[in-house]
Design a binder for this molecule. Sequence first.
Ligand code: SF4
Length: 359
Amino acid sequence: MTETANPQRIALLPAARAQTPILEVSLPRFVPLGPNPQPRAREFAQDYGPSFFVDVGTACPLHCVYCSVQRGADDKDVRMEAREHLYMRLADGAGAGMLKVAFIGGEAASRPDFMHLADVAHAMSFEDVILATKSVKLARPEFVAELLAHNVSMVHLSLDSFDPAVLAKLLASRTAPKLLLAGLQELLRQEMQLFLFAVLTRHNLPTLDDYVRSIADLQQQYGRRVPAVVAPLKLQSRALRQREALVPPLAEVGAAVAQAIDLAQQLDVTLIHKALPLCVVPRHGAWALERYLAEARIDLDTGDYLPQGPHAYLVHGPDCPACPARALCPGVDVAYAKWRGWAEFKPAASAAADPSPAS
Ligand code: SF4
C-alpha cells in the first residue's frame, strides 16, 4: 500500500535542512542568449524551469551499455539516498523558490517509496513533479495511472530510438525495448505531459532522422506536441569503458543533429540539442538548450546566486578563447577531449555559429 505524505513532518524539515549548502537549479532565461531565438525551444525551457533535481540514488534494474551513472570501479556500488535526505533536499528547493522538482537516479521509478516521495513533493506545493525515467513499468496502464494519481505531472522519458533492434543493443535487453515503447504509448494515451531525451551513440545516430519522423507520427496520432532533447554521450563510468564501440566523432554527431533539426522544422517537431560544442553545429546554435535554460547554483545559507563555476564535465580547449562563439558554447566533454584531442573544434568553423537560419 502506498504511504501518504505527512505534512507535520514536512513542516519541520526546513529547520533540519541541508547537509549540502548548494542547490543546483535550472532557470529559464528571461532573454534567450544569442540571435534568432526559437519560440519552441523557449517554450520547452519555460515548461521545465525553474526547477531543481533530487537524486534518489544510483539503483537501476536495467543495464544500459552507455550508462554514465557512477557506481564505483566495478560498477557495483549502488547508492540509495535515505528518505530523510530527500525530504531535506525537497525543502531546500521549496525554500529557494523553485516551482518544479525533477526526481532523477539511477531509476527513480524503481524505488518502492517513489509514490510517497511524489506525494511529499506535491504537499510542498511544487507546481510540477517531474520523473526522469526509463522504467519498463510504464508499459503497465495502472502504473501510469498511479503516477498521475500521485500528482506526477511530467515525465522526462529517456528513449534513444524507436527501433527495438537499436534499443536492444543500447539497453542490453531483448524485452525492455518493447516495454519502453509501449510505455511511451501509455503515457501519451493517459495524457501525461512528457518530453523525450536521447543520447547519441554509434547505434542510434544513423537513424536520427527516423527518430524525428516517429515523433511527427506520434504528434499526429495523439494531437499533441512531443518535444525531444538530444545530447552526446557523457563519457563517464560504463560509457567511458565502452567508448570505442559507442562514441562517434562529435563532428559526425553535429552533422546528424543539424540534418535532423532541419527535418524537425519541416515536420513541426521540437528538437533541441544539449552539451554540443557549437562548432559542430555551426548553423544550428539557436536550438541549443543552454540558450534558453541556465544552470545556476544557489547558496542555501545566504540565498545568493553563486557565480557559475567551471562546468563539472564540459571544458574549453586551447583555441576556444579566440572563438567568436565562446560565450555561447557549452564546450566539450573533458573525457572526450582527452581521448580524441581538439582537432575537431576550431574557431574558424564556429565563426559562422550565428545567425542560425530562420525557421
Ligand atoms: S572552438 Fe571552442 S568555444 Fe568555439 S565553438 Fe568550438 S568548442 Fe566552442
